[in-house]
Ligand binder design. Structure first.
Ligand code: NG1
Length: 404
């Protein structure tokens, strides 16, 4: 493991498992999921985001094979064993097939010029809930890439490494579009750059990651709406439609999102947009520029330890995603309402929306009341028994991905 990864992995929950596995040829790649705190649907518009890598991860335990083939199994029954050759061209399996994330990693590395002469054989496991806006997909892409790089003797990180974490994040973001989603680069960057106890301000074009310390006493609770947002399948079209609308909107207004968000008079920018855009494009535009502005304000609130302000910005973000971007659901809205009423400082949907999870910001003493309220008012009518650890859980800002 490179020294950066060692630093990241230290004490980072499951990442402490980033270690040599005993026998000479057994290794483990560990890649965390992420929760986006604020900055939703901004990454593919070139605007910053503020996520944390979480203390839940996807793990690929593997041995290196002499032949250029990937053979992976999952303990989850609906994920059939996958096998494919590391030979160009790597074709996509059918839409929705989990092997596409592993294929995307291999393809991205090969397109970057990495020679993959040796393959991997092993198992994939993890505790990042799937299709919940917590980026289990990118964690799988990153873990697969780290495994393939390890198998082929390519070091990642600083100090004589062959590929930097930033370059790897950028190439894997491009590679993940192989599954057909016109995604931004937030997830792969957060996964590779997580720092324990820190949020990550991620900027794009060029990619840059700045850790921001999470103040003591801030707690994050993640709760699932029980609806999966499968972006390799159903939610894909809706997501891609938003990306298209954003491009059309900014072309209609003129200039680029980054310059527009930096204009001192943002209300003036929004008024200008209202005059030239159709109602739908105007709403998409207003979400993107207002959310872009909120990320900077939220970072400032975090640096100042101002939980109230950060929480308010989260709520504004949710309202904008609900009303202007139209990616929320009645259930996500209800959960946000319940959490706020129970004393959370802030709550919002996280990830792309269309289902998935909410993230709430709490003081230590409000974590239990918020979880109790969600259990009683949201989950009790929908689930038999109390919500499990895959449905509602507290998360910590954890370390980044590593292999060893
Ligand atoms: P989730 O919902 O976690 O898959 C997706 C995109 C992000 C970002 C968010 C919305 C991918 C792999 N993920 O995240 O880049 O655009 O939606 O903010 O494309």
């Amino acid at each position: 493991m490179d020294s950066q990864a060692a630093g990241r992995a230290k004490g980072g929950g499951d990442l402490s498992g980033v270690e040599h596995r005993g026998t000479v040829d057994r290794w483990r790649a560990v890649a965390p999921g992420r929760v986006n705190l604020i900055g939703e649907h901004t990454d593919y518009n070139g605007l910053p985001v503020l996520p944390i890598a979480i203390d839940r991860a996807v793990r690929v335990e593997f041995r290196v094979t002499d032949d250029p083939e990937v053979r992976l199994r999952s303990p989850v029954a609906r994920f059939a064993p996958l096998t494919f050759q590391l030979k160009r061209p790597i074709e996509a399996a059918e839409q929705g097939d989990w092997s596409n994330y592993v294929r995307a990693a291999a393809r991205g590395l090969m397109e970057h010029g990495v020679e993959l002469r040796r393959g991997i054989e092993g198992t994939v496991s993890g505790d990042v809930p799937i299709a919940s806006g917590l980026s289990s997909s990118s964690a799988l892409v990153v873990a697969s890439a780290l495994a393939l790089l390890k198998a082929n003797g390519v070091g990642v990180g600083s100090g004589g490494a062959s590929i930097s974490r930033l370059d790897l994040a950028a190439l894997l973001a491009r590679a993940e579009r192989f599954v057909g989603l016109e995604g931004g680069g937030m997830d792969q960057a957060a996964c590779l750059h997580g720092v324990e106890g820190h949020a990550l301000r991620i900027e794009f074009e060029p990619l840059r990651v700045t850790p921001v310390a999470v103040p003591d006493g801030w707690r994050w609770v993640v709760a699932s709406s029980l609806v999966r947002a499968e972006k390799s399948a159903g939610a894909r079209e809706a997501y891609n439609a938003r990306a298209r609308e954003c491009r059309e909107a900014v072309a209609g207004v003129g200039g680029g999102y980054r310059d527009l968000v930096a204009e001192p008079d943002l209300d003036g920018v929004v008024r200008r947009a209202r005059g030239v855009l159709s109602p739908v494009l105007f709403r998409r535009f207003r979400h993107v520029v207002s959310e872009g502005r909120r990320v900077g304000l939220a970072e400032e609130a975090m640096r100042n330890g101002d939980m109230g302000r950060f929480g308010k910005l989260m709520v504004q973000s949710h309202e904008s995603l609900r009303d202007d971007y139209e990616v929320s659901t009645a259930d996500l809205d209800e959960m946000v309402g319940i959490a706020l009423k129970a004393g959370a400082a802030g709550a919002r949907l996280t990830g792309a929306g269309f289902g998935g999870c909410v993230v709430t910001l709490c003081e230590a003493r409000t974590v239990a009341p918020v979880m109790d309220a969600l259990a009683a008012r949201f989950y009790a009518p929908r689930l038999e028994g109390s919500p499990g650890r895959d449905v509602m859980f507290a998360v910590k800002a954890g370390g980044g991905a590593g292999v060893g």
